[in-house]
Structures are given as C-alpha cells and as structure tokens.
Design a protein around this ligand. Structure first.
Ligand SMILES: C[S@@+](CC[C@H](N)C(=O)[O-])C[C@H]1O[C@@H](n2cnc3c(N)ncnc32)[C@H](O)[C@@H]1O
Length: 199
C-alpha cells in the first residue's frame, strides 16, 4: 500500500466520527448505540490478540469491532458472524475500503458455528435486541424473550466447553453468558468492558 493510502486509512481510525465515513448514513445513525467505539475495540483487541490466535465477534454487525481490532492487531485473524446479510455486505464493503486483510465476515447465526474453531471471543451484548423494544437495528427479524434466553444459554454452553486459557471480552453485557470457571481479570469503563480468562 502506498504511503498516501496508508495515511488515508489511518485517518479513519482517528475517531469514531472519521470511521463512520466508511458507512452510509443509515448505518452511521446506528453507530452510538450499536457499534463498538474505536478506543474500546483497541483495548479489547490488545487483550485478546495472542499471536496466531483466531478471534470471533459474536454478532459482528457492520464489522466495526473486527475491522478496528484487525487494524490494531495485524498479526491476528479476526472473524465476525452476523445474522443480517445487509450488515455483512456493509462490513465487507468497509473492509475493502480500508484494505484490511486479517478479517473474515460470515453471514449466519452464531449457533451454526463450532466455537472450538476459534480461540478467543468478543461479545457486545448482541442478543439484547430481543428484550429491548426501542433502538432496534431494524424490523427485519423476529425478536422474543424466548430467543434471548435460548441464545444466552447456547453461548454459555459453548463457552463452557472451551479449553483453559480462552479469553472473552464482554461489552455492556449482563454476564449471563459467562460460565463458572471464567475469571474476571480486568474491568474498564465502570464495569461495562470486562476481560475474562478461563482458568
Ligand atoms: C450490538 S451489535 C454489535 C456489532 C459489533 N459486534 C460491534 O461491536 O461493532 C450486535 C449484532 O449482533 C447481531 N446478532 C444478534 N443475534 C445474533 C445471532 N444469534 N447470530 C448472529 N448475529 C447476531 C445483530 O444482528 C447485531 O448486528
């Protein structure tokens, strides 16, 4: 990549407002409520990014956590799974604009994945939209309390089966998806951002 192109990419990461420029207006409007701020992604990636590891964002939206994480931890592979195809398309578009290679976006439900194919995880309270009737991303999917319970239990079971040393970062989560055996090793942002390690 030329120096000019590198400078232009680094400009996107200078602030959340700059980063928003990779997305159209309807996606920018959702930013404050739904997409991880750049400084949070940088902090989380710094904790998760062990050399050679694979990091999964469970519910990756338009890819902001993965893209910022991958930018700050270029030697680590990031994956994002997202149920809404339109958001995956936005994520891939942003990835091309930023010329970031160490990210893969997967369209689907996280329940279709084998979590054991990944080493560490990021979780920004993705299932909350099922129990929150304001500020939803759209009306294209079914929401329900039962679905919330199902997803939380499913993720809990998946995390429970992971080996010792697995790291999880939760952001604005109620921690219901964190099984016994995971130790809180750091807490930031008044407890909104928590780093966990399986002991
Ligand atoms: C709060 S947003 C976070 C986006 C991204 N992780 C970030 O931090 O920028 C949560 C996302 O999770 C997605 N999601 C919710 N439940 C999901 C599921 N069961 N499987 C895959 N994606 C899901 C939603 O569609 C939404 O885009």
């Amino acid at each position: 990549m030329s120096e000019y192109a590198q400078a232009s990419v680094s400009n996107f990461f200078k602030s959340d407002i700059n980063f928003n420029d990779v997305y159209p207006l309807n996606i920018r409007r959702l930013s404050i409520r739904h997409w991880t701020p750049i400084h949070i992604a940088k902090l989380a990636a710094g904790f998760l990014a062990d050399e050679g590891s694979k990091i999964l964002d469970v519910g990756s939206g338009v890819g902001k956590f993965c893209l910022a994480g991958a930018y700050y931890a270029p030697d680590v592979q990031f994956f994002g799974v997202e149920q809404r195809e339109s958001l995956v398309r936005r994520a891939v578009w942003a990835q091309r604009t930023l010329a970031i290679e160490n990210v893969s976006f997967i369209h689907g439900n996280f329940t279709q994945l084998n979590l054991k194919e990944f080493n560490h995880f990021y979780f920004y309270n993705s299932f909350y939209e099922n129990i929150d009737d304001i500020d939803r991303i759209d009306d294209e999917i079914d929401y329900s309390e039962a679905l919330y319970e199902y997803y939380v239990r499913y993720l809990y079971n998946g995390f429970q089966q992971m080996p010792k040393g697995t790291k999880i970062v939760t952001y604005h989560s109620f921690q219901q998806e964190i099984p016994k055996g995971y130790e809180m090793v750091e807490s930031h942002q008044n407890g909104d951002l928590i780093f966990w390690v399986k002991k």
